[in-house]
Design a protein around this ligand. Structure first.
Ligand SMILES: Nc1ncnc2c1ncn2[C@@H]1O[C@H](COP(=O)(O)OP(=O)(O)OP(=O)(O)O)[C@@H](O)[C@H]1O
Length: 677
């Protein structure tokens, strides 16, 4: 059997260039990594990196981007206003109760260290981690600094954050997911091939080779396993070689061997000069030994913050000694954080069969919190103060090079990669069998209903044109409404790690939607137009098709805007259906004599303009119809047509164009102005 340190050495030496890069970084970082690094990698100091690894040149940019970060958090307090309100008998509401989620948490993590946050469920680990990642909304009291500086956008790009829930595109394979991330997040100075190679290395490093070509999967269809998904999420952050890496429960759902491998990789990453912080549930004693520091939370309050190896000593000194000779320190800490003192635990097992006294638990927690305040807090304060005087931790390169550009890749590269990724992810949804069936069945059915109608039945033909404008108003509107509410988690995740500009995402999304949104209406119109016996002229057909496609784009824009403004699928679909019904009624087909005070409605209805344009091109020439008793009338004088006041094609097209631009602009502004936080 290999000793843990040997195993780690084996993992490091057997694995990819990526870890080799990390090893090399160990030499170049300012801060001195703790001694185990040398144990894990005994020859690191003797080797000339350039000679030993000919490939290392290619990744020198990644190495150069690694800057030691000393993370300090002091007396962090976070309060939230609970949503529930109680109505009083007089109809007024009581003030919303305030909940203290974090209360006076302090700590310091230096480059080369791995800090683990332990605590029962709901104790505030995720909240603290999110605060340290600079992503917690609302006001945080206390101070959190990175090399003595507040969180900046330069720091954002050097920070990796793996959330508890994996936010991944379900239709992309593992390789595609990591490759697109590499293309978006790695600097322009690396070639495309090098970025792809880096993604491959991560796949090897995280043991994902077997499932590299499997789709990630989602709630509706199976893909890779939960543990593999988690590793893909970790890989996405590891790719950019972050100086500060924060992980929320990276081992949840993993078997113990994989969990050990992941934590060993994390420790190796830390030893390469990074600062690592992770939350973890119930680590084994083997995993626990890999942590340099731990913070233990109980109901948002710290009961320990300091060296992992000194934990038993500290709790022994304040009167808490485990009842057994051998105990996993993590289990012991979790018991304490739950208020279960060692003696009570034995009582519980022997006599009470799980009936723990809540008062006892609360008093144990209170006693642990006061011991922390009395003994540990002053020591931590002194350590933080001392480190503030240390020039390495305040003027490290991450502070001095904060003026670097905000983006690693150009707008155009971001646009191209996002466009390709979007097309690949959404082609399944846009051309799903169900969607095609829906459109084709409506198309054939309407073609049969209007089978070879002619100008002797003007009313029927006008009805078909109005149906075109309504169907291709509703359909794209309801598809588009889902876009941004569904993409929101991904957008938040990727934008908060500074992956791309909102504008490049937005334009890529618009461009990617074009072919998908325009193919189905084209097929629909082609089938129904000729089956329905509309004017047998190629020019009229093409013009009809163009008007419908324009209408599709306008209605899609409205759907995008409603989705972006409300960011809630239920609310957005409700508002979309009301709006579309109003547009339908005011469109000019059902009612021709709208009262003056509400007649303005038709001017905001894109269906109205579309319908007018369709009628205009269909009956452009002075055609005639049979208006009874062998009398022929001009079609333009047909009652349902004459009230449309045709003859203003330019205005109608202009109105649609304004709506086309306006709705999309509105959607962009809504996204920009905070719906993504
Ligand atoms: N914005 C919020 N509004 C209301 N309650 C909140 C909010 N943020 C956090 N909380 C509460 O604060 C507590 C701590 O939450 P947090 O997610 O940080 O716990 P945790 O230790 O990570 O739990 P777990 O291990 O189960 O993930 C929870 O009880 C949670 O409900």
């Amino acid at each position: 059997m290999m000793a843990p340190a040997d195993q780690e050495t084996a993992i490091i030496s057997n694995s990819s260039n990526f870890l080799l890069v990390n090893r090399l970084e160990t030499i170049s970082v300012h801060a001195e990594p703790p001694s185990p690094a040398t144990k894990a990698n005994p020859c690191a100091e003797d080797q000339n990196p350039e000679q030993e690894q000919p490939n290392s040149d290619r990744f020198s940019i990644l190495r150069a981007s690694l800057r030691p970060v000393t993370l300090k958090f002091e007396d962090v307090e976070y309060r939230v206003q609970c949503r529930s309100t109680k109505s009083t008998c007089f109809g007024s509401t009581e003030p919303k109760p305030i909940r203290i989620v974090l209360n006076g948490v302090s700590g310091i993590v230096r480059p080369g260290e791995l800090l683990a946050m332990l605590g029962p469920s709901g104790s505030g680990k995720t909240t603290l981690l999110t605060a340290l990642a600079g992503r917690l909304p609302g006001k945080i009291s206390g101070s959190i600094t990175y090399n003595g500086q507040p969180f900046t956008s330069a720091m954002k790009r050097k920070t990796g954050f793996v959330t508890q829930d994996d936010v991944l595109y379900p239709h992309l394979t593992v390789l595609e997911t990591l490759t697109y991330t590499a293309l978006l997040r790695l600097p322009n100075k690396l070639t495309r091939e090098e970025k792809v190679e880096q993604a491959e290395l991560i796949i090897m490093e995280l043991g994902l080779t077997r499932c590299r070509n499997n789709v990630v999967g989602g709630p509706l269809f199976r893909g890779v396993s939960g543990g593999e998904r988690k590793r893909v999420s970790i890989g996405q952050e590891m790719l950019v070689n972050p100086s500060l890496l924060l992980l929320d429960e990276p081992t949840s759902g993993l078997d113990s061997t994989t969990a050990q491998r992941i934590v060993a990789s994390l420790r190796a990453l830390a030893r390469g000069g990074r600062t690592l912080v992770t939350t973890i549930h119930q680590p084994s004693s083997w995993l626990y030994r890999m942590f340099d520091k731990v913070v233990v939370l109980s109901d948002g309050c710290p009961i320990y913050s300091g060296r992992a190896g000194q934990v038993m000593e500290y709790f022994g000194s304040v009167g808490y000694v485990p009842g057994f000779n051998f105990v996993n320190p993590a289990d012991f800490l979790l018991d304490l954080a739950n208020g279960v003192a060692p003696d009570r635990k034995q009582d519980d097992q022997n006599e009470y069969h799980g009936q723990l006294d809540h008062e006892d638990q609360n008093s144990t927690k209170q006693s642990l919190i006061s011991s922390y305040k009395k003994h540990l807090h002053p020591l931590l304060e002194a350590e933080i103060r001392q480190s503030t005087r240390d020039p390495n931790s305040i003027s490290g390169p991450s502070a001095s090079r904060g003026s670097e550009g905000q983006w690693t890749t150009s707008w155009w590269v971001q646009f191209k990669v996002l466009l390709r990724r979007g097309l690949q992810e959404r082609k399944h949804e846009s051309f799903s069998g169900l969607r095609i069936f829906q459109v084709m069945s409506v198309s054939f059915l309407s073609g049969l209903l209007w089978w070879h109608s002619d100008t002797s039945h003007v009313q029927d033909q006008v009805g078909l044109l109005f149906f075109f404008s309504i169907f291709w108003g509703f359909f794209p509107l309801f598809s588009a409404v889902f876009t941004f509410p569904q993409e929101r988690p991904m957008l938040i995740r990727e934008r908060s790690s500074g992956m791309y500009r909102l504008s490049s995402y937005y334009f890529a999304r618009m461009a990617g939607d074009l072919p998908m949104e325009l193919v189905l209406p084209t097929i629909f119109v082609t089938v129904t137009y000729w089956m329905g016996g509309l004017k047998p002229s190629l020019t009229t057909f093409v013009l009809t098709l163009l008007i419908i496609l324009f209408n599709v784009l306008v209605s899609q824009g409205l759907g995008l805007a409603l989705g972006a403004i409300l960011m809630d699928i239920k609310q957005a679909t409700t508002l979309a259906s009301v709006t579309m019904l109003v547009f339908l009624l005011a469109g000019g087909y059902y009612i021709q004599h709208i009262p003056q005070f509400i007649a303005w409605l038709k001017y905001v209805s894109f269906s109205h303009y579309c319908y007018k344009l369709l009628v205009e091109v269909q009956f452009l020439k002075n055609e005639v119809y049979d208006c009874g008793q062998v009398v022929q009338c001009r079609i333009m004088d047909f009652p349902g047509i004459s009230v449309l006041h045709l003859g203003h094609v330019g205005w109608d097209v202009g109105a649609l164009a304004i709506m086309f631009v306006g709705y999309r602009l509105l959607a962009y502004v809504a996204l920009r102005s905070g719906q993504l936080h």
